[in-house]
Design a protein around this ligand. Structure first.
Ligand SMILES: NC(=O)c1ccc[n+]([C@@H]2O[C@H](COP(=O)([O-])OP(=O)(O)OC[C@H]3O[C@@H](n4cnc5c(N)ncnc54)[C@H](OP(=O)(O)O)[C@@H]3O)[C@@H](O)[C@H]2O)c1
Length: 270
């Protein structure tokens, strides 16, 4: 049975998330690691993957795609378009967890859904995806409350605010019939004046090894509501990414989100 597992090309395989996903794939019933892709100048190239020593880290994405059935990308926004194009040329599905994408990158990914099954989610956890739904409901119910978002991540995180904080900000903004690009406030420093009505503050703290904390505050007169999600480890994101890859296999072309995977109820055990 294990021999029939479908193969995953893992982009960013040597990173924090990549290693977590590779370790889980080792014992996954449906998927196995087929290619461990790293950047061309990575010191890992040619070394064995610790959770699958028969495989060596490789920088040849084309070869990886050729030998695999589905991709999972947790690498860098810089290489995203080239990677997506590789999967589109091969007609193979791709899950993207990488954050720090520009709006143009996100539009590009969405458009590529015309050619392959493709999923992008800044947060693969069940809890955060539910948090976005709850935050939208609270934003509507507590119309006059000020909404603010605070996130905390480990000291090595490269983008700020986190993709998840932006995702939550968008959920709040759209529940109030706006967009985060109109109402988001990402820096407060010096004589800022009074808070602008309808604005949504999105602030980032960095330090330690925090996998990801997010709180959406609704601040009213004499009371406040705080909706918090804390990821205790990266495993929750890794499990979600593997579940998303299994979900995409055999799906029609299209752009999917983590909500589609979670609402499908498939492979809940992962
Ligand atoms: N969606 C989610 O649920 C979720 C959860 C956690 C993290 N993330 C996001 O996932 C991404 C990775 O996070 P991380 O903490 O694992 O970062 P990380 O430890 O820096 O890992 C990224 C890895 O990708 C490699 N890489 C860079 N360019 C590449 C390329 N062109 N091809 C293949 N590999 C390449 C990096 O190699 P070098 O070090 O040699 O550059 C590094 O090993 C970030 O954008 C992060 O925000 C998403």
């Amino acid at each position: 049975m294990m021999g029939e597992r479908r193969k995953v090309a893992l982009l960013g395989a040597g990173g924090r998330m990549g290693q977590e996903i590779a370790a889980l794939l080792h014992s996954d019933p449906l998927l196995s690691l087929g290619a461990a892709i790293e950047s061309v100048d990575s010191r890992l190239i040619g070394l064995p993957v610790s959770s699958a020593p028969e495989l060596l880290y490789d920088s040849d994405l084309g070869r990886g795609i050729l030998h695999c059935d589905v991709g999972i990308d947790f690498s860098s926004p810089d290489s995203l378009r080239r990677s997506v194009e590789g999967f589109v040329q091969a007609g193979k599905p791709l899950v993207i967890g990488t954050t720090g994408l520009t709006l143009a990158d996100r539009d590009f990914v969405r458009e590529m859904g015309a050619h392959i099954p493709i999923l992008w989610s800044p947060n693969m956890s069940l809890g955060v995806n539910l948090l976005a739904i709850l935050a939208g409901q609270a934003a509507r119910a507590l119309e006059e409350f000020d909404a603010e978002i605070l996130e905390i991540h480990h000291r090595n995180k490269k983008d700020a605010p986190s993709g998840t904080a932006l995702f939550l900000g968008e959920a709040v903004a759209s529940a109030r019939n706006g967009t985060l690009s109109q109402s988001g406030v990402f820096v407060r420093h010096g004589l800022t004046g009074e808070r602008e009505e309808g604005s949504i503050g999105v602030m980032a703290l960095r330090g330690g090894d925090v996998p990801g904390d997010h709180t959406v505050f609704f601040l009213g007169a004499g009371e406040r509501l705080e909706l918090t999600h804390r990821a205790e480890s990266r495993e929750v994101f890794a499990r979600g990414a593997i579940r998303a890859a299994a979900f995409l296999l055999g799906r029609p072309t299209g752009f999917y989100t983590m909500a589609d995977v979670l609402l499908s109820g498939e492979d809940k055990g992962r």
